[in-house]
Ligand binder design. Sequence first.
Ligand code: NAD
Length: 360
Amino acid sequence: MLTTLSLAVPRFSYDQPAARIIFGRATLNEVSAEVERLGARRVLLVATRSAAGPAGSAATSLGERIVLEVDRVRQHVPIEDVRRVADRTRSEDVDAILAVGGGSAIGLAKGVAHEMHVPIVAVPTTYAGSEMTPVFGVTKNGRKLPQRDPAVQPRTVIYDVDLTLGLDTELTAASGLNAVAHCVEALYASDLPAIIEATATAGIQNLLTALPRAVAGSEDVGSREQCLRGAHLAGVSLAGAGMSLHHHLCHVLGGAFALDHARTHAVLLPFVLRAIDSDEPAALDRVRRAIGSDDPADVIRKVVLEIGIPGTLADLGLQARQVDSAAELASRHPVRCPARVDETVIRSILWSAWKGDHLA
Ligand code: NAD
């Protein structure tokens, strides 16, 4: 006989992605051995120009196995870029992709891997966390559409703390806050897998402790190591918990108005938290516990200001006349969120973040 359970227990289901992770210093030297381990013979190298140094070292170690190099990487991964690179990949008979750079380089590699079903070796140089997820976002007709495909989850991820030592203050701060957002959004998911709760809690604690120190002294190995560890955990959290209101709004602002991805995360996060807190305060209990404060929005906002990220969406270049259309665009698609979300709520979040009010 079936028993009806009266006590509600949150249900979760979770696929543990399989990836090989290497973390340390001077690990870039291991790229060649890792490509060898995958049995790859014809490799596409995708690297942002900012990562030309490490990408060049990796290319040297791979020698003739690099058959194609792409260094034109644009943020938000336009579909035309994916198609162009996928066509060349096909004609070169590529059997693996090496991506060196931030979330955009890894994102382009993922777009191509989605078309070609070839494995990725990722060497991240920022804290965006994309290397740990099967998620990829491609922008088509002004809309950035996040999709999941296990085939794009990098098969091997090589974290080299040395590559982050020179990361400039602004990128450190912004991509670090992008990673914090992955952890926060995981922690307010109602169907959060147990292992991701632990992961996101550790991730946010590492990041909030180390980010101000990394920003203050960019070459401080200890804080850089802690930030990269936090970014790794944040990527795992994003993969395990998925996306909700905050990431959805960032994707609309990036896809339709070309706002910088990481800075948008940093500016918007406290306002999204404030809106959730005022409608469904219990949803933020895990975030409160993780950061040890009753007011997560205020804590995050103070970190954002302390590490010097522009404070409003207006500062990031969103025009006043674009705020309402962004709200309308964002409310066209349903969002999985523990709090009430409709166009009025979204409009209020975006105007508050545009003006920078409520949390000053
Ligand atoms: P980015 O990759 O766009 O890089 C920003 C700028 O920093 C670029 O000019 C780049 O050349 C430069 N840069 C990168 N590494 C550098 C380094 N070590 N030193 C100096 N300059 C460097 O920025 P990002 O924040 O890493 O990534 C943002 C993108 O990643 C967005 O498109 C976002 O959607 C995507 N993303 C995807 C996921 C996912 O799971 N799919 C997760 C997070 C972010």
